[in-house]
Write a protein that binds this ligand. Structure first.
Ligand SMILES: *[C@@H]1O[C@H](CO)[C@@H](O)[C@H](O)[C@H]1NC(C)=O
Ligand SMILES: *[C@@H]1O[C@H](CO)[C@@H](O)[C@H](O)[C@H]1NC(C)=O
Ligand SMILES: *[C@@H]1O[C@H](CO)[C@@H](O)[C@H](O)[C@H]1NC(C)=O
Ligand SMILES: *[C@@H]1O[C@H](CO)[C@@H](O)[C@H](O)[C@H]1NC(C)=O
Ligand SMILES: *[C@@H]1O[C@H](CO)[C@@H](O)[C@H](O)[C@H]1NC(C)=O
Length: 571
């Protein structure tokens, strides 16, 4: 509590009030990465694209290029079966100063890189400059790459299965634990049947496999070294690549850094160090912003916090039905707890929705709740027609994260101790995050190629650049610092913001460091801290009118990224 008080004090002290607008947006659903936002794009039939062993670009999506590259399913038997990797690229428009291709990865694990190009490629291109191609690829088993790591026949099946999870939060002292374990066992057994087996894709999508794919792509493009910007799990991919191929590092940015040691131990217990601080910032920013900008405003942050927790407690025994929402909805403690947790990934876009939800519940305002319903829970639509198969969800998270990780079969005492430690970090998030351990405990498929070598490099052919928000809900600065120590010469840029990855808060300063690193290889000086240019509830902290046209344009480009924050592990 005293730690919390100190953080509050420093936070409130640091705030300045120059607010402009507050952008509103929906909370990303769990299976967010695909589906949304890009529906306005012209149709493109990925499966009609002939896969080839050399990259053969086909024009797609007005001015972009797409390809499907055949690579060995098993690098141990290069002449054996193949996997087709989907590539989507925004070509550099400045050919005179051409600086090659930057690969991007949206995290997950399980996120689609071609989808990231659709949603943010132009903005990323604007940030790094038009002398780079921006290339997104769908890692093995994901998106438009084939075969797909799906253990369900259809997306509807997967959603129906997810709905059976119900409204109770995981609690290690009651039957929810046994039910959760049984659910994970069911998924694991089903996946073993569907994507396991001698040549099943589930065995060939480990992170070292994907790192090798990146090297193949880069070399086919005529580059010796990798240029890369990876977010969230993409930081794991970046660490693996740089440790396995230290002499192939051209420019590697890892942003929202999870410590690959903890990841490979399949522990998931360093993530939550700062999550309570991020969730607490909700109350402080709300208070600081004032009653016009935060619907939950009260004379002190503490009062806002207290009323939030009172409400959480109240719905536990008295859930709120929203009978006229379509479909009808029940607001339970689990629903609200998940909403706040997921909002902590992208406070700028989501804190306002949380405030409006709480306000509407307090006022018993059904019409407001009906309006908010699709932003409170991911609405389930059971379309019986199969959408484009490359848009459907997968079980890639388990296949990759559990496959890369050490095996730890479930043991009740070990888990009880583990959970206790997690709950000490965050009472609110432990029941949500504590599931990853169980997922991997039940997972059966083991990858053919699992990297057990060092996850560090004394020297890389160019130093890595690490970027970390000061308070990231699932990739804390302490993890970034640990990784920083392991990669000789690497730089660490801290962005003084709340949320997941630098994307969650626009910062002109960060954008300029990214560009200088990509263009010139410049590592920021040790101790460099960038401030964000926008705060939750409060809005912009900088007057665009006093900026150069170039800066204003750059800031506009960075703002567009807050919508693509990876929902790393959020359930
Ligand atoms: C978990 O369940 C036990 C036994 O039913 C109960 O006493 C306890 O309050 C629950 N814990 C939480 C955090 O809800
Ligand atoms: C309830 O919410 C609706 C829609 O947001 C709003 O127009 C209305 O004023 C609210 N009613 C009350 C009593 O606050
Ligand atoms: C580190 O890598 C660079 C670039 O390959 C090389 O010039 C340098 O000699 C290496 N330093 C060490 C200590 O190996
Ligand atoms: C790269 O370095 C050159 C020469 O020092 C400088 O003029 C230019 O502004 C730098 N570019 C970036 C993006 O930092
Ligand atoms: C990036 O996102 C912004 C939203 O802030 C959008 O207006 C802009 O057109 C996008 N594209 C580029 C190239 O900046």
């Amino acid at each position: 509590m005293s730690r919390r008080a100190r953080i509050i004090a420093s936070l409130v002290g640091a705030l300045t009030l120059l607010g402009l607008h507050l952008s509103g947006d929906i909370l990303q659903p769990r299976s967010a990465s695909h589906a949304r936002d890009i529906t306005l794009e012209p149709e493109f039939d990925w499966y009609a694209l002939e896969p080839s062993e050399r990259i053969q670009w086909t024009p797609c999506f007005s001015g972009q290029k797409c390809a499907r590259l055949l690579l060995p399913l098993d690098y141990g038997t290069p002449d054996g079966p193949t996997t087709a990797i989907a590539l989507r690229m925004i070509p550099a428009s400045s050919k005179e100063e051409y600086k090659g291709t930057i690969l991007i990865n949206p995290g997950g694990p399980g996120g689609s890189g071609t989808d990231l190009v659709a949603r943010a490629g132009q903005n990323i291109s604007r940030i790094v400059g038009d002398s780079f191609d921006i290339l997104g690829f769908d890692p093995r088993g994901i998106g438009a790459s084939t075969p797909v790591a799906s253990c369900f026949e259809t997306d509807s099946q997967r959603k129906l299965w997810a709905l059976q999870e119900g409204h109770r939060l995981l609690n290690v002292t009651d039957d929810t634990l046994a039910i959760r374990l049984a659910r994970e066992k069911a998924v694991a057994q089903r996946c073993d049947e569907k994507i396991g087996g001698e040549r099943g894709i589930g065995r060939f999508m480990s992170t070292p496999d994907v790192a090798k794919d990146m090297l193949e792509i880069v070399q086919q493009l005529g580059q010796e070294k990798l240029q890369y910007w990876g977010f969230s799990y993409g930081s794991i991919l970046g660490q693996y690549f740089s440790a396995i191929y230290p002499d192939k590092v051209g420019r590697v940015i890892i942003d929202g850094v999870y410590d690959a040691h903890n990841y490979r131990a399949a522990l998931w217990n360093t993530n939550l160090a700062d999550v309570d601080t991020v969730m607490d910032s909700f109350f402080h920013f709300c208070h600081e912003a004032g009653p016009d900008k935060c619907s939950l405003w009260k004379p002190s942050a503490k009062e806002i916090r207290t009323s939030y927790f009172d409400l959480l407690h109240a719905v536990e025994t008295e859930p709120i039905p929203v009978p006229l929402a379509n479909p009808p909805l029940l607001i339970t403690r689990k629903v609200l707890q998940s909403q706040l947790f997921r909002a902590s990934y992208k406070p700028l876009l989501a804190f306002g929705i949380v405030a409006d939800t709480i306000r509407a519940i307090e006022q018993r305002n059904q019409s407001a709740l009906i309006e908010l319903a699709p932003k409170i829970v991911d609405p389930v639509e059971c379309k019986c027609t199969i959408p484009e198969p490359w848009r459907s969800d997968t079980e890639a998270f388990n296949a990759i994260a559990c496959g890369d990780g050490d095996q730890h079969p479930y043991d009740p005492d070990t888990y009880a101790a583990y959970y206790k430690d997690l709950a000490a970090q965050s009472q609110l998030v432990a029941p949500l995050w504590g599931i990853h351990y169980l997922q991997c405990a039940e997972w059966r498929i083991r990858p053919k190629w699992r990297w057990t070598g060092p996850l560090e490099a004394k020297n890389t052919s160019h130093p890595l650049l690490l970027i970390s928000p000061r308070y990231d809900p699932v990739c804390p600065l302490t993890d970034a610092k640990a990784v920083h120590e392991r990669f000789g010469g690497s730089g660490l840029l801290v962005q003084n913001s709340y949320g997941h990855c630098s994307l969650s808060a626009p910062s002109l300063c960060t954008a300029k460091h990214v560009r200088a690193y990509m263009v010139n290889g410049t590592i920021p000086e040790a101790g460099t801290v960038c401030d964000p240019d926008e705060l939750p509830f409060i809005g912009s902290v900088r007057d665009i009118r006093t900026m150069s046209a170039e800066d204003a344009e750059l800031l506009e480009a960075v703002k567009g990224l807050s919508d693509v924050v990876p929902m790393f592990g959020a359930l």
